[in-house]
Design a protein around this ligand. Structure first.
Ligand code: HEC
Length: 257
């Protein structure tokens, strides 16, 4: 037990080497200038616009809100509360999954969760909630409670060759420290406000990314087996992380490093 925790401490030290060194910036001046430029002129806006078109090809807003069981007028605030338990699905689903349901409902080809079309449509649907606050209710029903618990388990479970969990880098007592040149972000802090700022344009990848895809990128970096999009574990992780950012403004698409 003792040697285990020493190993864990060493792994953390190795990862955080430089954390105690002189304050280093997580972005160079050139990166900062690029970031400012992208905030003013976010390339992801194009994806949102294309998503609107793609969405319109699949389903009308009227049918979409009917399927979700809300009035069209209430869509923005309803969207602000995802992931949610949806009656028509009989489970807790993400916005992307509601688009799949809508497509199936209309007898259209169901877009894959990994596809560019899905990314764009999800970015568009989420943007309808801009100006709202994230309002997930993890106590709304037994299904949400269960997913919240599963999400926390997944977040805290140590996996992979280095025995890391999401929590190893994103726990309250470690955030703000640095991993190589990057800040370890508090996913709930208003600067990150993860649920309110994704989908976002990732400067380092030059592409728009969804929140669950962003989780997968961290899994890749930390050598954790990738949890598939749309799986119970992945949806649960989104529930858990979204709850951390509850009450933050939704302003998508965001711009991220
Ligand atoms: C080895 C450390 C490490 C692990 C483990 C890790 N992350 Fe990260 N994560 C980071 C760093 C560093 C960043 C910021 C990267 C940057 O600035 O480009 C980040 C960024 C993120 C972001 C984006 C935050 C924002 O700006 O909105 C999310 C979301 C996230 N991580 C979720 C997760 C989840 C979920 C897991 C577990 C599956 C996880 N991370 C595991 C280090 C880690």
């Amino acid at each position: 037990m003792r040697s285990l925790s020493i190993t864990a401490a060493l792994v953390c030290l190795a990862l955080l080497s430089g954390a105690n060194a002189e304050e280093k910036l997580s972005m160079s001046d050139a990166d900062k200038a690029m970031y400012a430029e992208l905030v003013d002129n976010n390339p992801a806006e194009m994806d949102v616009a294309e998503g609107e078109q793609l969405f319109a090809d699949v389903i009308s807003m009227e049918n979409y809100s009917k399927m979700l069981g809300v009035k069209e007028k209430a869509l923005p605030s309803f969207i602000a509360g995802f992931p949610r338990y949806i009656d028509a699905a009989k489970k807790v689903v993400t916005l992307s999954q509601t688009i799949q349901m809508a497509a199936a409902d209309q007898g259209k080809a169901v877009p894959k969760l990994e596809s560019k079309e899905m990314l764009k449509m999800t970015a568009f649907v989420k943007s309808l909630a801009n100006g709202q606050k994230t309002s997930i209710d993890v106590k709304a029903n037994a299904q949400m409670k269960e997913m919240m618990k599963l999400g926390q388990d997944v977040f805290e479970q140590r996996r992979g060759g280095r025995g890391l969990s999401c929590n190893s880098c994103h726990s309250a007592d470690i955030v703000g420290q640095r991993l190589r040149m990057q800040n370890l972000p508090d996913l709930g802090a208003s600067v990150t406000a993860a649920a309110g700022t994704w989908p976002a344009y990732r400067m380092t990848k030059s592409e728009t990314t969804l929140l669950d895809k962003r989780f997968q990128q961290c899994m890749d970096n930390a050598l954790l087996a990738k949890i598939p999009l749309g799986s119970r574990e992945m949806v649960a992780l989104e529930v858990y992380v979204t709850d951390k950012t509850k009450g933050n403004d939704i302003q998508v698409p965001g711009v991220k490093r």
